[in-house]
Design a binder for this molecule. Structure first.
Ligand SMILES: [Cu+2]
Length: 92
């Protein structure tokens, strides 16, 4: 999955992925730092790219069971500004 980040939106290439290993790349096409965090329905952080500078590329790998997850940017206040997208992980 490729996710584009800008102020203040995350745009994933897919909203539904199969259960198992997810590799996500974050391309920061904005002017501020951003990150990509995968959070499960209980609010637990499952994976993070760490902070990605403008023009940079980050990457994370995580194993996910079927269910609903959020992709969020946890850099100061960005989630509240709109940098959150729900994705669905489906059974294989
Ligand atoms: Cu951000």
């Amino acid at each position: 999955m490729l996710v584009f980040a800008r102020e203040h939106r995350l745009a994933p290439s897919r909203r539904t992925v199969p259960a198992g290993r997810l590799i996500a790349q974050l391309r920061n096409i904005g002017e501020d730092d951003h990150d990509l965090v995968v959070r499960d329905a209980a609010g637990r952080v499952r994976a993070t790219t760490g902070v990605v500078r403008p023009g940079g590329l980050g990457r994370l790998t995580v194993r996910l069971a079927a269910g609903r997850y959020d992709l969020v940017c946890t850099v100061g206040g960005h989630e509240a500004l709109g940098m959150r997208v729900a994705i669905r992980v489906t059974r294989r």
